[in-house]
Design a protein around this ligand. Sequence first.
Ligand code: 5RP
Length: 220
Amino acid sequence: MMSQDDLKRAVAKAAIAHIPVDCIVGVGTGSTANYFIDELARIKHEIRGAVASSEASATRLKEHGIDVLSLNEAGSLPVYVDGADEITRHMHMIKGGGGALTREKIVAAASKKFICVCDSTKLVDVLGKFPLPIEVIPMARSFVARQLVALGGQPRLREGFTTDNGNVILDVLGLKIMNPVELESTLDHIAGVVTNGLFARRAADVLLLGTPEGVKTMTA
Ligand code: 5RP
């Protein structure tokens, strides 16, 4: 029987076919992205380098001898490959389980194509069972938490965690995410919120879904 890790490895491998020759690749964060980095190392002589969405991914890329460029140096990217905590058939996602949501959203926004790599447990009908991560400026933590309660959520501070940008994460349970595009904007308008983990305005373009029957390619 295939484990969840086997499925993650399979989608990471499948993503390599979507990488144009001689390009700079946008690279996500998390265990599936880590498998993708390992696969990317096999074709490192066919790419120019990578832009990482976290310090952790940058370190792993460098350990493999892959050049890591800043987004400012690289400019617009042809492709961004990353995992998700939940994804719908409309390609809307919750991300940020690993706390890298802000840089992930920036690199995704700067990329022409977002390829999401997930095992089949991540595909859901409605987003929100996974607590929605929200990166918050530390001084605004309590204020933002009260606003989230007013929206019907139950925010919990991610204890002992600081993001790569020096901020905190509130993980929010109980939000009914029937309209992810609208909620993404609503949350972004709370003062003190840096980024929320809804990736709906810039959804994935392609989902490579690891299932026990093989890797399925889906588009919205
Ligand atoms: C990190 C993320 C990851 O993509 C998400 O948490 C999925 O991780 P994994 O591949 O380990 O299941 O958004 O901030």
